[in-house]
Design a protein around this ligand. Structure first.
Ligand code: GAP
Length: 515
């Protein structure tokens, strides 16, 4: 069922101009995607919603747009040259390449699926079913849950100890087979660095080796001093930026969930050492509040990291229930003074901050919030896509596909539709209304096909409002406004259209709820 939703979503994205495979005329490029006309609008609205929530709504957060290319020493200092690796394993028979940790996680997922199946079976058997009690007392379920937990702990320990032999041992012990060929003939597990590199034209050899940034965060760290001095911000303050990041993912999969070129929205919040847990809790709550404005609460949850990244002393994910299960959407990380401290050591520049209140200098600690634009895009679309049976113009059942995108994020806010196209006075009036609306938000004018088909086309791209110009319009200067989700139509005066649509689709109404 969920698999089916995911397939429909991918195909819907292509058919309606949200997302195309990159370089499709050359059969595509794995892990890389292009955003079509609808996708570009939705993506830009997501970025605007994030930017305004972070920069505009917080007087102690300022924006930045740093370059993708940076001095190669930055990636040495940040730990990415030495530690930004994934454990890779090849199958000798199929020649397929996998992430060892994901193969092992697959075994945990299998156990979780078994548990779910058993729970569902029991639910059907008993009239008043207490799921919690069943999970705590059923021996089979308890056994699988215990095994899943043990595997998870062993995996976390091997990952944080960089124990490649330990991972290989687990693959052998669990008798994991290649998901495609069934073969258990594996190579040793080895580390694979995820950074893409290129060469500067005027410097030969290693010195001229540049990396495509794997996160936007480092551009913020190395500009900390510039930004602090030029904005005269006092700690605590944050720097936010949106930009492309690149990772040579071993297995790029699940559509735009794991890409090789993607976009991040990151904010580094600079604080006094010792206050990091307070700010970590603060940003954890703030970011979840932002998500809840546009995503169903039941699809969101927190998950603490079991294995901490090389730079963090506390970390969690905000997970979203994608069609393939709960997965990371955003990370909140307490990064200590790891990055600034290392940049200070390697560059020899003083990156300390003089705290006028504490009357002392220190290298600030950092709490980071980091979300992928593309993952947010996937979250919004997967929660929005629905197929439902509704009555058609003749009152008969028909299926409509609707994208229930929150109106403030919808690519097109309003469509203007003359009921017929062979009456010049209706067409002129519709054009006049369209011209009046278009300076304020994305609008579409459409006169082709029967009105019912035009409504369905707008439903499929998530347009929250359709304005229809009909014969009555010519008599009393009113139009109908149709709401996407309820399909209810109401008659309103032409001179109210702009205010009504603007009010209902305004991103600032969402932001007000964050105050
Ligand atoms: N600066 C910290 C950092 O980059 P991360 O957990 O590696 O942390 C942050 O990445 C976010 O970036 C993730 O939560 C996810 O939304 C997004 N992201 C990471 N890798 C991605 C990929 N290969 N494709 C799409 N989005 C990705």
């Amino acid at each position: 069922m969920q698999d089916d939703l995911f397939k429909r979503l991918i195909s819907h994205c292509k058919v309606y101009g949200f997302i195309y495979p990159s370089s499709e005329v050359y059969d595509g490029l794995s892990g890389v995607y292009d955003y079509g006309p609808m996708g570009a609008e939705l993506k830009s609205n997501i970025k605007e919603f994030w930017w305004k929530a972070m920069v505009q709504m917080n007087e102690n957060i300022v924006g930045l747009d740093s370059a993708i290319f940076m001095h190669p020493k930055i990636w040495k200092a940040s730990g990415h040259v030495d530690a930004f690796n994934d454990p890779l394993v090849d199958n000798k028979d199929s020649k397929k390449r996998y992430r060892a940790d994901q193969l092992i996680e697959g075994e945990i997922e299998k156990l979780e699926k078994k548990i779910e199946k058993e729970v569902e079976k029991a639910r059907k058997r008993f009239d008043s079913f207490d799921e919690d009690l069943f999970r705590r007392t059923n021996e089979r379920v308890m056994g699988w849950a215990k095994r899943a937990e043990e595997i998870g702990q062993q995996l976390a320990a091997a990952l944080s100890a960089n124990d490649m032999a330990g991972l290989k041992g687990m693959i052998d012990e669990l008798e994991i087979a290649d998901p495609e060929s069934g073969s258990r003939n594996w190579t040793e597990v080895r580390q694979f660095n995820l950074m893409f590199s290129t060469q500067m034209s005027n410097v030969a050899g290693e010195e001229g080796k540049l990396y495509l940034r794997p996160e936007t965060a480092q551009g913020i760290f190395v500009n900390f001093d510039n930004v602090q001095k030029t904005t005269r911000q006092k700690i605590p303050f944050g720097i936010a930026q949106i930009g492309k990041a690149f990772r040579n993912e071993i297995v790029a999969r699940q559509f735009i969930f794991r890409m090789r070129e993607f976009e991040q929205m990151e904010m580094q919040f600079f604080i006094r050492p010792g206050t990091e847990m307070e700010w970590y809790a603060h940003w954890k709550a703030k970011r979840m509040a932002w998500h809840r404005l546009v995503s169903p609460e039941a699809k969101l949850r927190f998950k603490d990291h079991e294995a901490l990244a090389h730079y963090a002393n506390a970390a969690l994910d905000i997970e979203f229930e994608f069609p393939f299960g709960f997965k990371e959407l955003e990370g909140v990380h307490s990064r200590t003074d790891f990055d600034l401290g290392n940049h200070q050591s390697l560059s020899g520049k003083n990156l300390q901050y003089f705290d006028p209140e504490e009357k002392e200098s220190y290298v600030p600690y950092v709490v980071e919030t980091s979300i992928g634009v593309d993952r947010m895009f996937l979250a919004v679309l997967s929660a929005a896509l629905e197929e439902e049976v509704v009555p058609d113009a003749k009152g008969e059942d028909s299926t409509r596909t609707v994208l229930r995108i929150p109106p403030a994020l919808a690519p097109v806010k309003c469509a203007v539709l003359p009921i017929v196209r062979n009456k010049p006075e209706l067409v002129d009036k519709a054009r006049e209304i369209f011209n009046r609306l278009k300076p304020y938000f994305q609008c579409q004018y459409d006169e082709k096909d029967a009105i019912g088909r035009r409504y369905r086309r707008q439903d499929a791209v998530g347009t929250p409002y359709c304005i229809t110009i009909d014969f009555e319009t010519m008599e009393n200067d009113t139009v109908t406004i149709r709401e996407r989700d309820s399909m209810q139509q109401e008659r309103i005066p032409v001179d109210r259209v702009l205010d009504i649509v603007r009010e209902k689709t305004d991103i600032h109404r969402l932001l007000e709820q964050l105050s």
